[in-house]
Design a protein around this ligand. Sequence first.
Ligand code: NAD
Ligand code: DAU
Length: 353
Amino acid sequence: MQTMERKILITGGAGFIGSHLVRLMVNRYPNYLIVNLDALTYAGNPANLRDIEEAANYRFERVDICDVEAVREVFERHAIDSVIHLAAESHVDRSIDDPFAFARTNVLGTLTLLQVAKERWTDDAQHLFYHVSTDEVYGSLGAEGAFTESSRYEPHSPYSASKASSDHFVRAFHDTFGLPTVISNCSNNYGPYQFPEKLIPLFINNIRERRALPVYGRGENVRDWLYVEDHARAIDLIFHRGRVGETYNIGGSNEWRNIDLVRLLVATTDRLLGRAEGEDDNLITFVRDRAGHDLRYAIDSTKLREELGWHPEVSFEEGIERTVRWYLHNDEWLTAVTSGEYRNYYSRMYDGR
Ligand code: NAD
Ligand code: DAU
């Protein structure tokens, strides 16, 4: 194999955002070795990367980020010089049911990676530990304003508390040990390959199947939505040009009340299925609110826009159209991930590698 310019470990690359990032990096940088380290939990699916899995600059390692020996071994074998860390438990509702799983992966797993990076990176070569985080660490907004990089941390769910804790550990390793780190905090992503427990894919599927659409509370919560490929492009930019030790907020400046978004999803899905637009509005069902439900998120990404020239390339109209079409045309993927069969299939395929 040719000499690789960079050897980058991407954790959580078999998940939703991770798979888009791995695809972008593998295709854009043939001179980089991209090692995807993923434990393949319920949310990880190597089928998300079928189109690039044979690429010469791609490797897959089925490893739990909490397994220090296995992580060390991967760092050594591939001479990893940089990390882009996405592996996490990512669903807020699951964190309410099982907070410990979130502390384990999101806090201890991040700490494990930091520790191994610190041990290994003692030379003068170029290194970076890039931690991918969320806007949820900042808590909830009222009707006005947006989170900046200096907003106070005020997490409310076990998920956001675990992500906030991992952010603190990353900064502590920078400040205490001089580890070259960077953090980004992004708003809600949407697009293909998102596990259908999250609002947008869950609802598209339910509309198609004519099942109830469980809107929490009165649907008045607001989220700032960004097309997943725009997030991947932002990560690529920050990885290459972000300043070490800094934090960058990433957001679409695209706020939607849940109920308005759900009506848009109904209208778009109905139209693409050849039904009358809005015909399935009657599926909307208001249910008990999520405990500790944050009212509003909005991201101020001025720093990223002005310093690095990033801007979202996919409009919400275009992104939603693409996303609904993708779920409607990828029945097989949706059925497989909802039935859980894919995990058995891929476990057989990757075990013993
Ligand atoms: P996801 O749940 O789709 O994927 C998570 C991936 O991590 C899966 O492939 C899973 O197998 C892997 N994983 C989980 N536990 C692991 C462990 N112990 N060891 C190794 N691998 C493990 O998540 P996502 O939505 O793609 O989010 C990716 C990252 O981006 C997370 O860190 C999340 O906090 C952050 N983020 C997500 C969003 C969003 O809207 N989805 C927004 C901002 C930030
Ligand atoms: O803001 C970034 C975060 O966005 C990421 O860090 C998380 O990993 C990601 O899961 C997402 O968190 P949310 O809780 O905002 O996403 P979710 O898709 O679960 O919910 C979006 C909104 O829709 C939220 O206000 C809750 C509501 N909702 C969600 C579901 C699943 C419903 O009303 N009904 C539902 O069934």
